[in-house]
Ligand binder design. Structure first.
Ligand SMILES: Nc1nc2c(c(=O)[nH]1)N[C@H]1C(S)=C(S)[C@@H](COP(=O)(O)O)O[C@H]1N2
Ligand SMILES: [Mo]
Length: 300
């Protein structure tokens, strides 16, 4: 498996954006000089993926608990108390319980993963996440045989989330994955961006990132993870199953009923900057086998 999207980072590795970008440039240059073994192949950015500015990543967001405008999360998510934080992990696991964020981070390697985030609304940006593989946490709690799906739930705090007074969705926001999708090494729980703590608007302190699926699968500020046999309730699909499916794999050939998914607007790329959308958002080499034999126009 290609692992060029992996960069080891220590938990204390706080890098300002300018220094960070500089270092990346220098390392890329070194690799070109045949010093690749020093930088390590892991330090090369995945081909063609240039991260968006921190500004874009933290000011153009979807986090409907704080309002449906793209600028609402940056404006209002600071009201969310993110420390202390704990996650209830239950259902078909050997060690169910309420895990403090410290217990969750203990023993995990925080890596950098530069992924493209493709929203179902047909825009995308490239985000240098910091986080760890979800499977490391699932292994820690011990998934029991018979579990087939993983369900996730976002915090619901009416006092801190001004958007939940409107029933835009049936709160709390919920998402889910098939167990094999959850165990896939591309699937991470993010704790940061650009080597800094995850800003609240991006889903602090812990959010899912599943890069081959539309952005709404990447649920923010997780407080509950449940292993179960049945396909879980998922907010967007269950709000409107004609428009949003459980799988929600990025697919340029399957249109949304109200718009094409063949191309996407590139955030930060200038006024009319667009790119063709890639099957599985460009991660097909890694994930297509998860869906072999499935009709992806039916299982959208
Ligand atoms: N709890 C929660 N998680 C959420 C959302 C949301 O509204 N609430 N929006 C989703 C959508 S539609 C997208 S595109 C991504 C956006 O992530 P970002 O703001 O970090 O770029 O978060 C996803 N996770
Ligand atoms: Mo989205």
């Amino acid at each position: 498996m290609r692992r060029s999207w992996t960069t080891p980072l220590t938990e204390n590795d706080v890098t300002p954006e300018s220094v960070y970008l500089n270092r990346r440039t220098i390392l890329a240059g070194m690799a070109g000089m045949g010093l690749g073994s020093i930088a390590g192949p892991a330090l090369a950015a995945p081909e063609g993926l240039r991260p968006n500015d921190f500004e874009d990543i933290t000011n153009y967001n979807n986090y409907y608990e704080f309002g449906t405008g793209k600028e609402d999360p940056a404006r209002y998510a600071h009201n969310l108390t993110v420390a202390p934080w704990s996650v209830e992990i239950n259902g078909m696991v050997d060690r169910p319980g309420t895990y403090g964020l410290e217990d969750i981070l203990k023993g995990k390697t925080i890596e950098e993963r530069i992924y493209r985030l493709r929203c179902v609304e047909a825009w995308s940006m490239v985000i240098p996440w910091n986080g760890f593989e979800l499977r490391a946490l699932l292994d820690q709690v011990g998934v029991q045989s018979g579990a087939k799906y993983v369900a996730f739930e976002t915090a619901l705090r009416p006092d801190e989330m001004r958007g939940v007074s409107r029933r835009v969705l049936d709160w709390p926001y919920r998402e889910g994955l098939r167990l094999d999708e959850a165990m896939h090494p591309l699937t991470i729980l993010a704790t940061g961006v650009y080597g800094r703590d995850l800003p609240n608007q991006n889903g602090a302190p812990l959010r899912l990132v599943v890069p081959w699926k539309y952005g709404f699968k990447s649920i923010k500020s997780i407080v509950r993870i449940t292993l179960q046999e049945e396909q879980p309730y998922t907010s967007w699909k269950d709000a409107n199953h004609r428009e949003y499916g459980f799988y929600s794999n990025v697919n340029p050939e399957v249109s949304h009923p109200r718009w094409s998914q063949a191309s996407e607007r590139v955030i930060g790329g200038g006024l009319r900057s667009r790119r063709d959308t890639d099957m599985f958002n460009g991660y097909g080499e890694e994930v297509a086998s998860l869906y072999s034999g499935m009709d992806l126009s039916q299982n959208y």
